[in-house]
Design a protein around this ligand. Structure first.
Ligand code: MG
Ligand code: FE
Length: 174
């Protein structure tokens, strides 16, 4: 690549790293509110808490990549992501089947993350940033594992919700 092509690629790459950071801050807010509200779904709660820890670490890893590439952390685009996460959390609370909708949304969100890290891996390869590529491959594996867990448990969550919903005063929705 000539110098201009290099600059353009590096610019987009930095942009996508910042987008990924905003996405992780959004994920952190959503996972935190879900884990805090769940009462009757201990397996789901535990898996979400595990992924919350992973997510916090992912955000930190991205900061390290951004800084190593000479990016400025003071202008990270996290506010929009946090606002969207709050909106998602609040709208979820009003659903009578909150846990079912939450698991569905989480499954979709994990796939958004999977797509984002695949983009980043391709971009890292293009600009020759092996360290960032390895970080993104490691994060991708965590997102895929979370998506797979949700895939394997969605039907159980729906069944449990329907069973709890038949019991008077049970908090089926969470
Ligand atoms: Mg993530
Ligand atoms: Fe994730």
């Amino acid at each position: 690549m000539d110098q201009r092509t290099d600059d353009v690629a590096a610019h987009h790459f930095m942009d996508w790293l910042r987008d990924a950071h905003a996405m992780e801050k959004q994920a952190e807010t959503m996972l935190n509110s879900m884990a805090g509200r769940l009462e009757n779904y201990p397996d789901l709660k535990q898996r979400i808490e595990q992924h919350l820890e992973e997510t916090r670490n992912q955000a930190q890893l991205l900061v390290t990549c951004i800084e190593r590439r000479g990016g400025d952390n003071s202008t990270l685009k996290d506010l929009a992501g946090k606002a969207m996460a709050m909106a998602q959390g609040i709208s979820g609370m009003f659903a009578t089947d909150e846990v079912v909708k939450g698991a569905m949304f989480s499954y979709a969100f994990e796939h958004l993350e999977i797509a984002a890290y695949r983009n980043l891996i391709g971009a890292a390869r293009t600009v020759g940033d092996t360290q960032t590529q390895q970080v993104c491959e490691r994060i991708l594996a965590e997102e895929e594992a979370m998506a797979k867990w949700l895939e394997d448990h969605q039907d159980d969550i729906a069944s449990r919700y329907l069973e709890l919903a038949r019991i008077p005063h049970a908090q089926a929705k969470r």
